[in-house]
Design a protein around this ligand. Structure first.
Ligand SMILES: [Mg+2]
Length: 428
């Protein structure tokens, strides 16, 4: 082989791809549930309408609203009663989760034409890493604009897209301007765009965390980025440090390949309590909170578990692990809680103190792997399960929007176990 034959190969080697910034998009469907309902029922399009957990109850909660309802000030998570006071003619629609799942697939299939690194964050949001797609499809903002056009043409839905060099900023970008907009947070512009925003607009800052931050003088995202990192660690533990890193553009988390989330083997949450659990009431409270967060994480990943496992540790570090197969795959907190309590009652003296407790779902299957088995085992209660799924989906919607602590059973808000406080929970 002659020397000249080698040189064309090396010509491209001067670009070190590791040094270049990634190009990450976050795509968010606008008013997703309400938009899907308007596609299915064109008569909803020009009247104020809201999708509600239980439209027949005054206490039902608004899950999503269309643009017309927004103009009346109707807000997600308020009750039908509150919404109707602002907008007496508000049309109420029940949710159709299977349609939302169908549209979610359609939209993600479009994203997958541009890259195989498509990571759904929830039913209507996905991250895309298009760093390697430039030659074929153009720059980040060009791909974002094209996605907005193609998604609208092919599905009728509009999306907002954030373009940045990491996942956190891409997500904040898609939230920056809605509906149907592209926002670029580049190395040059992110500080001027993000720093003035109130701190609760930042990812993972729920209402209670925001309150804590404001009490220490951190009111904006800029304040958060400019605070001392150790100060955030002292406020929120390890999560506080990560929060600071993200606010300073140091988020290096990769965008997963599509479907990777389904290879999760188990999802669980564990806690060491501020004081030992003692008695059935403490145990029930702790299991409720752990089952709840485990269920929420499974739902976010669109997976269900077929086995529930508990690990119990005594104050002198005696540890037992017990598990139980479920009759049906589930991502319902109520199912996980019931199975975990059964296991504890069967294997632990409820009066013996517990220092640490973990609740884990394993035997993971995709969330849509239920249909057949449901009809085989439990036709009678299918409607009841569906109702429970809607209820828990509604609660999750509110938590996603307002932070994890926004909805808690009364006893969780006032306990001395250290439950329900931001940053106090260990994810496994
Ligand atoms: Mg959305």
């Amino acid at each position: 082989m002659s020397e000249t034959a080698l040189s064309p190969l090396c010509a491209g080697c001067s670009i070190d791809s590791d040094m270049a910034d990634r190009i990450i998009l976050h795509c968010d469907c606008n008013a997703f549930y309400a938009s899907v309902e308007c596609l299915l029922h064109p008569e909803y399009r020009d009247v104020p309408m809201a999708v509600c957990g239980d439209p027949n109850s005054r206490h039902g909660v608004v899950l999503a609203k269309n643009e017309a309802a927004k103009r009346y000030g109707v807000q997600t998570a308020e009750t039908i009663w509150q919404a109707r006071r602002k907008c007496p003619g508000l049309v109420l629609a029940p949710p159709h989760r299977e349609e939302y799942v169908r549209y979610s697939r359609l939209v993600n299939e479009i994203y997958l034409r541009y890259t195989d690194q498509v990571e759904p964050f929830s039913i209507d949001e996905s991250w895309l890493d298009v760093t390697g797609s430039g030659l074929l499809f153009g720059s980040g903002p060009e791909i974002a604009d094209e996605l907005r056009r193609v998604v609208e043409e092919e599905t009728g839905l509009t999306i907002s897209v954030g373009v940045s060099f990491n996942k956190t900023f891409a997500k904040l970008g898609s939230d920056y301007k809605k509906p149907n907009a592209t926002t670029v947070l580049s190395r040059e512009t992110w500080q001027s765009l993000l720093y003035p925003l109130p701190v609760e607009r930042f990812l993972f800052v729920g209402e209670s965390a925001a309150q804590k931050l404001r009490q220490t003088g951190i009111h904006t995202i800029g304040d958060l980025a400019n605070a001392r990192r150790e100060r955030l660690v002292s406020l929120f533990g390890k999560n506080g440090g990560e929060l600071w890193d993200m606010a300073n553009g140091l988020d290096e988390a990769p965008v997963r390949h599509f479907g990777e989330a389904r290879e999760v083997k188990s999802v669980g949450n564990g806690m060491t309590f501020r004081r030992d659990l003692a008695g059935a009431e403490d145990i029930s409270l702790a299991v409720s909170v752990l089952a709840d967060s485990t269920a929420a994480r499974m739902r976010r990943h669109h997976i269900k578990c077929t086995t529930v496992q508990v690990t119990i540790r005594s104050p002198n570090f005696h540890t037992i692990t017990r598990q139980k197969r479920l009759p049906l795959p589930t991502f319902l907190a109520a199912d996980i809680r019931a199975a975990a309590l059964d296991l504890i009652r069967a294997s632990w003296n409820e009066r013996a103190p517990i220092r640490m407790l973990t609740v884990t779902g394993s035997g993971i299957v995709p969330e849509d792997a239920t249909g057949e088995q449901l009809s085989l085992f439990e036709t009678g209660s299918a409607a009841k399960r569906e109702k429970q799924e809607h209820l828990e989906a509604a609660l999750n919607q509110i938590r996603d929007k307002f932070g994890r602590d926004s909805l808690s059973i009364g006893s969780v808000l006032h306990n001395d176990l250290g439950i329900g406080k931001y940053g106090n929970q260990k994810n496994e």
